[in-house]
Design a protein. Structure first.
Length: 202
């Protein structure tokens, strides 16, 4: 091989050699760069919270079946028709839950769990502010009675978003509401008090 041929061969091989060196110097992909969280399994839900969520879903399924039988309102329904439909819906649900009693969904262990969640989430000044906002809400006169409607004239105090993330998850048909230091489960559409627990606020 003459000098010129050797030079041309060396030049032709240079890019390939550069690629080889680059690949050998590059870090091993994927494994070293995976986030640690991907290897950590999600914490299992509390058995107490899971049992509560199951009971609430059973209520939601029951009232959905009743609502279907009640029939749909026309798009052009008048206020009178809407009120009549709501009253019919309430009556049917109350009849289906004629034997409902306080603590049927908020069992003793669930109530204790929820109290501990709220106490852990709200401490010091945060707890004082929560108590103040609940105390100032226009909820005086709301009956603590299962199967009774939440008065439309009373304020529906919104639950803090950070607390909702910690409390057991509810289906869309039901919502939590504070009334004084008590915590209620209220049906979103028919307004009935599904259950309640006392002394929820620490």
């Amino acid at each position: 091989m003459n000098h010129n041929t050797a030079k041309i061969t060396a030049l032709a091989c240079a890019p390939a050699l550069a690629i080889c060196f680059a690949l050998s110097a590059a870090p091993t992909p994927a494994r070293a760069q995976q986030p640690q969280s991907a290897a950590v399994a999600a914490a299992p839900a509390s058995p107490v919270a899971a049992a509560f969520e199951k009971r609430v879903r059973e209520y939601a399924n029951m009232r959905e079946a009743i609502e279907e039988k009640t029939g749909e309102l026309p798009d052009s329904a008048t206020p009178e028709q809407i009120e009549a439909h709501k009253a019919k819906f309430q009556t049917a649900v109350r009849a289906a839950r004629a034997r409902a009693v306080p603590g049927q969904l908020f069992t003793r262990d669930v109530a204790a769990h929820i109290r501990s969640v709220i106490a852990a989430e709200y401490k010091g000044r945060d707890r004082v502010e929560l108590r103040k906002s609940v105390a100032e809400a226009e909820t005086k006169g709301v009956p603590l009675r299962v199967n009774y409607p939440y008065p439309e004239s009373k304020e529906l105090l919104e639950m803090p978003a950070n607390l909702l993330q910690k409390l057991p998850t509810l289906p869309k048909q039901v919502k939590y509401r504070f009334v004084g230091r008590n915590l209620l489960l209220v049906d979103r559409e028919n307004g009935l008090i599904v259950d309640y627990m006392t002394n929820a606020l620490p």
